[in-house]
Write a protein that binds this ligand. Structure first.
Ligand code: PDD
Length: 285
């Protein structure tokens, strides 16, 4: 069981990037986090498609084709030989002059980072996590669009620091208009009187792959689901909440700003969706 880093096609146990890489200097990079089932990448096509969209969003030309990523991920997973893995693809702008002008960077750096899978404690799925609405706003779509998965996560880092100070597991962020968006590395859902609601992409959020699957799964199973725009007050009447992400999957939220949600345990609809999602993963070969 090991950590391996594939850097531009070469597998190393330790890898280094230049201090002049604009990914390091300016957060000028994009990334994806992928989980595995039976140590094979899960929803790889969807992640590679989003990586391409992120690249377009920052005018970065990825030097490798999708087949190259598939092959190199497979190679790196085999080399690391974990039972289950956490995969992170990072493509940086590359080495350039020490100023923000990207035109001096002519060779992007591509990393495929593989390590042992990270699992959240079962107790959190049983009891739910606590979120705090933080004062740090999610980046405006017109500034650094949260729909682009860049390596510039300082906005979310600051939100996480504030959530930690407030004694919560994670932050719930609002956009500059005070509308609900997402958590620092996951999308947000709430349930009211049997209706599932989640901020629409227009609010300035990442189009989460897990979010997409949960929306589809909920609709296919007859749960009413609405994507929309809500102020934080909409949560006053919420019966259930949960967040979604590649690593967390569906994680119940049972406390917001110190207020217990529902009966303080994961709600019925949340648990049903968690089971449906697990069933879907179990069916993946
Ligand atoms: N984060 N929102 C943000 C801001 C995210 O960073 C992520 C993913 C999500 C959920 O997206 P998905 O379902 O495609 O994983 C939502 C990854 C897991 C991370 O940075 O670790």
């Amino acid at each position: 069981m090991a950590t391996c880093i594939n850097i531009n096609g070469n597998i190393e146990e330790e890898a280094f990037v230049s201090v002049l890489d604009h990914g390091f200097l300016f957060g000028d990079s994009i990334y994806e986090v992928i989980s595995t089932i039976d140590n094979k990448p899960c929803f790889l096509n969807e992640h590679l498609q989003r990586l391409r969209r992120s690249a377009e969003g920052i005018s970065l030309k990825i030097p490798f084709a999708d087949w190259w990523f598939c092959e190199q991920i497979k190679r790196t997973l085999e080399y690391a030989n974990n039972q289950e893995s956490y995969i992170r693809i990072v493509v940086t702008r590359g080495v350039g002059d020490i100023n923000i002008d990207p035109s001096s960077c002519d060779s992007p750096c591509t990393l495929i980072f593989v390590t042992t899978a990270h699992f959240y404690p079962a107790e959190l799925y049983k009891n739910g996590i606590h979120l705090a609405v933080v004062s740090i706003k999610r980046n405006s779509k017109d500034a650094l669009n949260p729909g682009i998965k860049t390596g510039n996560y300082l906005n979310n880092v600051l939100a996480k620091i504030e959530a930690d100070r407030l004694g919560a597991h994670d932050a719930l962020m609002l956009n500059p208009f005070g509308q609900l968006t997402e958590s620092t590395t996951s999308n947000f859902f709430f349930v009211q009187e049997g209706r599932i609601m989640t901020p629409s992409l227009d609010c300035g959020i990442l189009a989460g792959i897990t979010r997409d699957i949960v929306i589809r799964m909920a609709r296919e199973n007859g749960f009413p689901l609405e994507e929309g725009v809500w102020p934080v007050e909409a949560l006053d009447m919420a019966d259930e909440m949960f967040v979604t992400g590649t690593v967390k999957q569906l994680m119940p939220v049972t406390c917001l700003d110190g207020r217990i949600i529902g009966n303080g345990k994961p709600g019925d609809i949340t648990r049903r969706l968690m089971n449906l999602y697990q069933g879907l993963l179990d069916r993946i070969e």
